[in-house]
Ligand binder design. Structure first.
Ligand SMILES: [Zn+2]
Length: 210
């Protein structure tokens, strides 16, 4: 069976070949980019066993990559990335220092995705937890979804000129897909780490029709 390298992503940071200088292919669908290799070199040279760099690397969310597959199948996978329908939401709520902006709901055949921006004080360097927003969705028929682990979060530092604010762009995946008769959704969202703050955030709550 041939391995389709066009779906290559660094297994450590999720970057694709055009975004990196060099990509080293490992067995199956494992890859590592030049930046992550350099980071590993630095970790090897650091005598402390749990240095902040090693912790940061170990705490990254898993990179979800397509398993090696035949080319025809992988082209079908790429075609599936086009949503069947996109619902524009453009809703935002601010709580204390944090703003959650819901951008789009993208409906696919077997799942749906919520795309959002999370504006908040920046995470400190060497942050040892996986930052994440947890979502709970309920529709007008009482169906419930919790976001699964397929989502991603990216830092978009170029969008913010204020050093006290960072902008993170993310999406959460939900399955099974929304039933055809869903027309109202209640969405609750929470930053689980904020529950450790001195003034814990209340969950965000959004209601929308579509
Ligand atoms: Zn990498």
């Amino acid at each position: 069976m041939s391995v389709d390298r066009t779906l290559a992503r660094c297994s450590f940071c999720g970057q694709r070949p055009p975004e990196v200088r060099r990509m080293v292919a490992g067995p199956g669908a494992a890859y590592i980019c030049d930046v992550c290799l350099e980071l590993c070199q630095e970790i090897l040279q650091d005598p402390t066993s749990f240095s902040s760099k090693a912790l940061e690397l170990a705490s990254r969310p898993p990179v979800v990559i397509a398993a090696p597959q035949a080319l025809a199948q992988s082209q079908a996978t790429l075609a599936n990335r086009e949503p069947l329908r996109t619902v524009t939401l453009e809703l935002e709520q601010k709580q204390q220092e944090q703003t959650l902006m819901l951008h789009q709901l993208q409906l696919y055949e077997k799942h749906f995705e919520l795309h959002y921006l999370w504006i908040r004080p920046p995470f400190t360097e060497g942050f040892a937890f996986v930052p994440r927003i947890l979502f709970l969705l309920t529709d007008n028929n009482g169906n419930r979804w919790a976001g699964d682990r397929g989502g991603m979060l990216f830092e978009r530092s170029e969008l913010s000129s204020d050093p006290r604010q960072a902008i993170y762009q993310g999406y959460a995946r939900f399955s099974p897909p929304l039933p055809a008769n869903t027309h109202h959704l209640t969405l609750r969202a929470t930053d689980p780490l904020s529950s450790f703050a001195d003034e814990p955030l209340q969950p965000w709550q959004f209601e929308f029709e579509f």
